[in-house]
Design a protein around this ligand. Structure first.
Ligand code: 0RA
Length: 687
């Protein structure tokens, strides 16, 4: 035990701490990774507990604050974690058990229709295990109770009453400081948290979620170091990262951060729930009609709500589903039920109303009807079964029939009640059907030329020698001259180069048949070798790393975004599984003595000047990849021993969709706003 001042502990308490030790030994098993995703997971874990209180009907508001010293505070106005003696563990209160025993976060005792995240419900004890300090304040029974832990869950101050609760309120405050010996990096990224919090607010109608960031500018920036050839920084090894014993440091402690009185909360509260969600997603697109459709169905121990609206776009992947507030990105029974019924309802309606002629016209396919559809399916059920590779697939069979029955009945009703809307949706579906048939013909024609089946590789591709996809990397390089340097610089054993000239087609605004006429798009599909769209097969990837190598200027950013949009829309699994990376060529170079030093960006340059106050050469700004010769390009950007690759991640697909629509869609103003507010932040491109 760390602290001699704590009260004595019995044998069962020691098992408790052994449990937390297991979490510290294998953090990845509990929070996925020790990278940024795992770090943010800690916040979600605490917030999820508060949301559970909201789902149970006891909590109406959750406040999340990022503290200047690297901590995070989550306040809820729920019932407060129970503070009485725990029946199973002698000497421990229930609150201490919740904080120190794995999986104890669940609501013990009580019955009824309990709904909880489940998947993420590893419990706040995991947050405790992975924090260097945790403070908990509980308002319950009119009293303020407090306790704290240090060094991964060691009790520091046991639970005690600390006066009365302010104005008879109840609730829980959890403050935690992630452990720098566990995490690769300790800096929270506000936008990542905001995306998730906003999603939670949409999914919990009426719940108020507020966020504020009290960190100064400097405290918000992750530490980065100038490129230094003596340091091994093979930081692209994201998945195999083993935490170094050396602690990651946090922002300087003499920086007081911002005054809470000066910082407004960002507030998410949606009385329209998932209908507001659909409206939000479509706000960056052009809606096909104004109304957002909604229906719901409730059974004894499960319920579904569905909101939907069509836009004028061509994507048929705007269907997003959730179970107990958790994104089910791999779909599952609820999605199956909806898709099947959607197709049937629209075909039935079209034939009944003679929009399609029975026995003469082809049936609409699901993808025809889903073109331009934005829909949110949210189900709640007592014991969700999360399956699939990423545990993002809902397996409960019973929910399929509920969703299917509800959609059969209520969507048909909606169509009858809204004939004008029904008419534009069916016409759109029929155009999509025609385009689909045309695209199939175009694709077949292209196939015959052996272009897409992998047999033919694009002429512009300089392939690598190895044929083991796991070690192979495809560099997609902007411009022919940079492509030339990259060809010379690469390791021909496992690095292939594909130069892309000019702007590739904006796939956000084109249907598939048109895309296939674009040579750059064709070359990408051929080189990657795994098909596209619904026929994309991850197993066929010819390279496990797809690296985008673009200039660090506005044009480069644009091309990169076009490429990411294309991958996200047509090869999404490749992005979701972390196969897409962004190379980071440096922005500056300078001479130190006889050797050249490259600096990644403005911040690295500033840091360099702090570290080398006597430095008196002027810095050269590298204008483009083309300016570096092959050896410079190798040293700064490609050499696996020295490069820093950014792995592109998709946290919330439904919101990533929004980002791409903003960037690439019809709405010019929101695109401008987005680029202006995020252009400097491209280092953290997790969409
Ligand atoms: C266990 C049982 C109950 C509530 C909680 C835990 C609880 C945990 C957290 C974590 C953050 N905020 C929280 N709020 C509540 C049920 C309480 C009861 O039956 O009164």
């Amino acid at each position: 035990m760390a602290d001699a001042s704590t009260a004595s502990y019995s044998a069962s308490d020691i098992t408790v701490l052994e449990g937390l030790e297991a979490v510290r030994k294998r953090p990845g098993m509990y929070i996925g990774s020790t990278g940024p995703a795992g770090l943010h997971h800690l916040v979600y874990e605490v917030v999820d507990n508060a949301v559970d209180e909201a789902m149970a009907g006891y909590c109406t508001r959750i406040d999340i604050t990022l503290l200047p010293d690297g901590g995070c505070e989550v306040i809820d106005n729920g019932r407060g974690i129970p503070v009485g003696k725990h029946p199973k563990f002698d000497d421990l209160t229930a609150a201490e058990v919740v904080l120190t025993v794995l999986h104890a976060g669940g609501k013990f005792g009580g019955g009824g229709y309990k709904v909880s995240g489940g998947l993420h419900g590893v419990g706040v004890s995991v947050v405790n295990a992975l924090s260097r300090r945790v403070e908990v304040d509980i308002d319950r029974d009119g009293k303020r109770h407090t306790m704290s832990f240090i060094d991964g869950g060691q009790p520091h101050d046991r639970l005690e009453v600390n006066g009365d609760s302010p104005s008879e309120q109840t609730g829980t405050i959890v403050r935690f400081w992630p452990d720098g010996t566990i995490f690769d990096e300790l800096t929270f990224r506000a936008q990542t948290l905001l995306d998730r919090l906003q999603m939670m607010a949409f999914l919990n109608r009426g719940l108020e979620i507020r966020f504020r960031d009290l960190r100064s500018e400097a405290q918000r920036k992750p530490q980065i170091t100038p490129i230094d050839y003596d340091v091994d920084r093979s930081s692209d090894e994201v998945s195999d990262y083993v935490a170094e014993p050396e602690a990651t440091t946090i922002a300087p402690t003499d920086d007081p951060g911002l005054n809470p009185d000066d910082v407004e909360f960002i507030v998410f509260k949606y009385d329209g729930g998932i209908s507001d969600f659909v409206e939000h997603v479509n706000s960056t697109k052009e809606a096909l009609f104004e109304m957002v459709g909604f229906f719901e169905a409730v059974e004894e121990d499960q319920e579904v709500e569905i909101a939907f609206q069509w836009n004028t776009g061509f994507n048929s992947d705007g269907l997003h589903s959730f179970a107990n507030g958790i994104s089910t990105g791999e779909g599952g029974m609820h999605e199956e039920g909806f898709r099947k019924s959607l197709t049937n309802v629209f075909n039935r309606y079209s034939f009944d109303k003679n929009i399609l002629k029975e026995g003469k016209d082809d049936r609409l396919q699901g993808e025809d009807i889903r073109e331009g559809l934005t829909a949110i399916i949210s189900v709640r059920l007592a014991e969700p079964q999360f399956e699939g590779q990423t545990k993002g697939k809902l397996g409960n069979v019973s929910i399929r029939s509920l969703v299917e029955r509800a959609t059969n009945e209520k969507l048909r009703e909606w169509l009858e009640e809204n004939p004008a809307e029904a008419k534009v949706i069916t016409s759109k579906a029929i155009s999509a059907q025609r385009a689909r048939i045309a695209a199939r013909q175009a694709r077949d024609a292209t196939r015959r030329k052996s272009a897409l089946d992998g047999a033919g590789l694009p002429g512009k591709l300089t392939d690598c020698a190895s044929s083991n996809p796991e070690e192979c990397e495809l560099y997609i390089v902007e411009g022919n001259s940079a492509g030339g340097s990259a060809k010379e610089a690469r390791d021909p054993h496992n690095m292939a180069i594909l130069p892309i000239r000019g702007k590739i087609l904006n796939v956000e605004r084109a249907r598939i048949d048109k895309m296939l006429n674009n040579t750059e798009v064709l070359a990408l599909i051929q080189a990657i070798g795994a098909g596209f769209g619904p026929e994309f097969e991850l197993d066929k990837l010819r390279y496990h790393k797809i690296v985008l190598l673009c200039d660090a200027d506005v044009d480069g950013l644009h091309i990169r975004t076009l490429l990411l949009t294309f991958f996200f829309r047509q090869m999404r699994e490749m992005v979701e599984r972390g196969h897409v990376y962004i190379a980071q060529p440096p922005l500056y170079s300078t001479e130190v003595g006889k050797s050249k030093v490259y600096l990644q960006d403005e911040r690295a340059k500033d840091q360099f000047l702090v570290d080398n106050p006597k430095h008196n050469n002027d810095f050269a700004r590298l204008k483009g990849l083309g300016e570096m010769d092959a050896s410079e390009l190798w040293d700064t950007t490609i050499d696996p021993e020295q490069r820093t690759l950014l792995q592109v991640s998709v946290d919330e697909a439904v919101l990533a969709d929004e980002v791409f629509s903003k960037l690439m869609g019809e709405d010019v103003q929101s695109r401008k706003n987005f680029i202006q507010s995020n252009a400097k932040d491209v280092r953290f491109l997790d969409i």
